[in-house]
Design a binder for this molecule. Structure first.
Ligand code: NAD
Length: 495
């Protein structure tokens, strides 16, 4: 059984409720996971609250040492973590390794916390008076993460929250919880004091308990838009600071002057990498003018070369979906698109996988002539289904992207610098790629969308992450100096 990890060790209070964790490539139940009750969450938060004051007082030098040690462990044991991700999520090992690399970069960013937390100082704002700013940790913070990046998304937040001097309670997805426990074990080995980083497994009951708990000061959430909105509203109603990153429907606009081989390669890698279970996956290609006539066959022929199968087998490029229920839901959109009048150019339902027949398979799917009113366009499908919408002009493409309720990522493929500059200015989306299909910011920039893709105003990691996990304080001070007739010089008196 996969248990919680609390106060530096595995912990269960009896596991009254259990969830099933699958191996998506075989369909077998791999493990059972403890699902926390409200009382369990109380116990975990209490452990974090007990550890928080001493951790806050721990010097920046010592905190940094722990992060450097963690960096070394993740770097040295990255294959182990990637294998765990593939076993529970299903993505192929190379995708899992990429995820670990991205998470590692956030740990490396957090190693710079002494510089990132530096305040400002103004000498002599008034006669003998100085003013300075400092940033202080919040106390106990919660991170609630989705299934699709079981290591990277927790690592968007946890290293920075810890580096800032907070204690953390992570509630990972109950679908693939093992990577989080592994990270907690490694943090403990790296010298993190017990209770500073805790993992509690669970579902809605655990999430609600964290949102309501008075000791939890801030919540970082990543998941689907309906739950993100709910978490934001319930958490802020309880007086917490909340950043809730939601779902996506990412458009890749291809202008007539684009390099079509580059665009076709990009559409395939961004549409079907990790089986489309990425919040930055491209799910809609917007073909401008007659570009679709050339582009669609190029995408279709590349899809024919993708081998779908068990992510542990060499040569497999796309794995299964996370559960059987999710696979069935995604497949239902292919049928809905066809009956609404779109043309299914490549149908992933007939895939022959390189793996167990009981895995949760769906092959890459391409649907052309999709119209904005169809469910295959309006809904976040979160699977290997790529739609093509054909429009007459740049203006029509822009209008489509901006009218979409989601605003996580978008891309423009063109050889026209002026058009690219105009697009980056006009498009209402948080992350924009120019001839880059998945414009994922680096650790030292912040990650986040607009509109229904983000509730709150703080993006993840980068300077916004440091800001989210700290509170600003401004101190104005005057020290009287008797050796100068009681006049303050702005320095402590020496006696
Ligand atoms: P999800 O919303 O189902 O679950 C996310 C988390 O919320 C999990 O920890 C889950 O246990 C919890 N949860 C689920 N239902 C709940 C409920 N009713 N009440 C309270 N908590 C609940 O999302 P998922 O299926 O795990 O992940 C996929 C989604 O995440 C997609 O929509 C994807 O776009 C989104 N995502 C967004 C980003 C981003 O940066 N914007 C990144 C990764 C994933």
């Amino acid at each position: 059984m996969i248990t919680h990890f609390v106060d530096g060790r595995p912990w269960t209070a009896g596991a009254a409720r259990l969830g099933e964790v699958f191996d998506p490539a075989t369909g077998a139940v791999r493990a059972q996971v403890d699902l926390a009750s409200v009382a369990d969450v109380d116990a975990v938060v209490a452990a974090a609250a007990k550890a928080a004051p001493a951790w806050r007082q721990t010097s920046l030098a010592k905190r940094t040492q722990v992060l450097f040690a963690m960096r070394e462990t993740v770097n040295a044991r990255r294959a182990e973590l990637a294998a765990l991700i593939t076993a529970e999520h299903g993505k192929v090992l190379s995708d899992a390794a990429g995820e670990v690399q991205r998470g590692l970069e956030i740990i490396e960013y957090a190693c710079g916390i002494p510089t990132l937390l530096r305040g400002g100082f103004s000498e002599g704002v008034s006669t003998g008076v100085d003013t300075y700013s400092i940033r202080q940790p919040l106390g106990v913070v919660a991170v609630i993460s989705p299934f699709n990046f079981p290591a990277m998304v927790p690592l968007w937040f946890v290293p920075i929250a810890i580096a800032c001097g907070n204690a953390v309670v992570l509630k990972p997805s109950e679908k693939d919880p093992s990577a989080s426990v592994k990270l907690a074990e490694w943090f403990t080995e790296a010298g993190l004091p017990d209770g500073v980083f805790n993992v509690v497994h669970g579902d809605k009951e655990a999430v609600d308990a964290l949102l309501d708990h008075p000791e939890v000061r801030a919540v970082s959430f990543v998941g689907s838009t309906p739950i993100a909105r709910y978490v934001y509203e319930r958490g802020t109603a309880a007086g917490k600071r909340v950043q809730a990153l939601g779902g996506a429907k990412n458009h890749m606009v291809v202008l007539p002057d684009a390099d079509l081989d580059l665009a076709a390669d990009a559409a395939v890698s961004a549409g079907f990498g990790s089986a489309g279970e990425r919040c930055m996956a491209v799910s809609v290609v917007v073909a401008v003018g007659t570009v679709g006539d050339d582009l669609v066959p190029r995408i279709a022929s590349r899809i024919g070369e993708i081998r779908t199968g068990d992510g542990r087998r060499p040569g497999c490029e796309m794995g299964p979906l996370v559960t059987g229920a999710h696979r069935d839901r995604v497949a239902s959109y292919i049928a809905a698109g066809a009956s609404a009048g779109a043309s299914v150019v490549v149908d992933g339902r007939s895939v022959v996988p390189d793996g167990s027949p009981d895995g949760f398979w769906l092959g890459p799917t391409l649907i052309d002539h999709v119209l904005p009113g169809m469910s295959v366009y309006t809904d976040e499908i979160f699977g290997p289904v790529l739609s093509v919408v054909r429009v007459a002009s740049y203006e029509e493409a822009l209008e489509l992207v901006n009218a979409n309720p989601y605003g996580n990522g978008t891309a423009l493929f063109t050889n026209d610098g002026g058009a690219a500059r105009r697009f980056q200015y006009e498009v209402e989306v948080g992350m924009v790629g120019i001839n880059v299909p998945i414009p994922v910011p680096m650790a030292y920039y912040s990650f986040g969308g607009w509109k229904a893709s983000l509730f709150g105003d703080s993006h993840a990691h980068g300077t916004e992450g440091v800001h989210f996990f700290t509170r600003g304080k401004v101190v104005t001070s005057r020290w009287l100096d008797p050796s100068h007739g009681g006049v303050s010089l702005g320095f402590p008196t020496q006696t």
